[in-house]
Ligand binder design. Sequence first.
Ligand code: BDP
Length: 689
Amino acid sequence: MFTIQIRKNIGTMLVGIFIVLTVKAEDGHSLWLRRETPKPVKVVCSNKSAILDQAVKALRAGWQGESGAMIRLRVEKDKAIKDDGFKLSPSEIQANTAAGILYGVYELLRRQQTGQVPENAVVNPSYQRRILNHWDNLDGSVERGYAGASIFWRGEEALSVTAEDRKRWEEYAEANASIGINGSVLNNVNASPKILSRNVLEKVKVIADVLRPYGIKTYLSVNFASPTILGGLKTSDPINTEVINWWKAKVKEIYALVPDFGGFLVKANSEGQSGPQDFGRTHVDGANMMADVLNPYGGIVMWRAFVYSPTDNDRAKQAYDEFMPFDGKFRDNVIVQVKNGPIDFQPREPFSPLFGAMKKTAIMPELQITQEYLGHAYQLVFLSTMWEECLKSDTYQEGPGSTVAKCTDGRIFDQKHTAIAGVANTGLDTNWCGHQFAQANWYAFGRLAWNDELSSEQIADEWLKLTFKNAEGTNSQTDWDSDFLQPVKQMMMESHDAAVDYSMPLGLHHIFAPHAHYGPGPWWAPEKMRADWTPPYYHQADTIGIGFDRTQNGSDAVGQYHEPLASQFNDVDKCPEIYLLWFHHLPWDYQTKSGRILWDELCYRYDKGVRQVRAFQKVWDKVQHDVDEQRFKEVQSKLRRQARDAQVWKDACLLYFQQFSRRPIPSELERPVYDLEFLQSADPLSLYK
Ligand code: BDP
């Protein structure tokens, strides 16, 4: 049950009247927290705090266990419990912290709602800090956001907070708490210095106050040149005393407003952002200065390793080259934030070689929940399988089994702080994420941040049960598991591979049309454009073959990986086929594992991706009776668009690359339906609106 608010304007008056109607509807706004009428439960909680109040409230609102049961919530230290973990038993949740109790409550409710037997268990988080990075700008826009305007900002001059804002932030905070997320960076990494101005900080305080009872800490992205731009100083040089004092005063001001402020996220010397290198200093100088200023308050610095400058060097190598020499030099309250792959959230990348290689530096993975390169909010792509692939990749850095997860969550390296970040996909859209299934990616990020060994299959299973079971207005629940759960789960599990196949199979990457990062643009290369901003730099197609040579004979990016990976990636026979054209430039008639030559294999992959989306449409149409009307139709319509756009990808890439391969598309495959000339002149974002 939830409410729909209808705002009516009366005449031209600026006054709005809110009529609150209570109706049953499924529009996706309740996310995975749709609630059945709860059964009565007695909750005994000895301590009192705002977070515990939330825990009690959530338990009462969601209890599906034995009617009239009694549950004790106990904050008491136990050696088996780590950080905000908890101990579950049928009648008690014990934790070291109030937040632990809150997470225990949600775990118990999830088990009840998904039909798992609530067994005794100690459940500990993998990472201490599980953070959403909002790329939200103060003007209300969201960089790479596809779900409407910012839930936090709507203009520097419009900083007032309405009751509606608060309600939305509470819902947002509860959704996060229910999956263990405990931090939010409220603004874009391309940070406006104004985020640190007094009037904006006062709004930050209000947001932090709303998020706090849900165990969520507030963080901010900061602009390295703030002392100059905002403070009027002549320089922002990190070793300059006035600059340091400016940061000290600013940090003091922040902590006076937000006593548990989490710290700063910094994008420095990347894509035009200011940084210590502007003053002849290094990443270490910049990060450590901020770390020292934050340290007395317990704050941290998340310093991003997403850097690449206009050089002749392979872009995939640059972050490693720039950061490895600094290993061991960062303060222990600095965490270097590393994107999952070495380039930039591409549909598929091998893991970044920085994971496990920086052994004396705290490293945190950065994943992208918003689907910048994976179909925006138009396409159904479950990202959990991609993240799982990264987290479970073996770096071999400390012997076999040194997975990315283990190298970053404290199991292998003794880092003081552990963390993981996800670039959020939330906005003002009723369903928060634009696509009903994009909610699953928010959910999956939280669940993997909590437990980096979870399988995507389990995550999809939980999410589907919580989000779709007993959908409003449906009654054909004869065998929901086999009719709905199994086929839809399988569709989710296949969806990332399908998207990779119809856009960038076999290790191809960054062949997008410019700016929007949505449709294909393998041909896009204006004169005088920086080469590594154009697709031909990445696919290197010519009449001989295709792919980026990163072997020892090429850019030697393979050399950044630990053995045996370096040799494996270097050897075309041993290189996993999913990364083939990432590491190798190969002739069109190269024999792939299927026995087909490379050109034919490429054709098969593009075609397979398109066929899979067509199959997803059938899967979805078949489950109509198990889904409420609104969500059914929304997803159905988006799948239609996905099918059309997958076709565009296939046709554009095959017809373009065919100019180089000079070979026919295998006769058994469906023919392209668009002309290359048409696709080259069309704007892929507006093509099918
Ligand atoms: C790229 C995005 C750009 C971001 C940048 C980043 O296209 O909008 O600012 O990443 O992560 O993928 O800083």
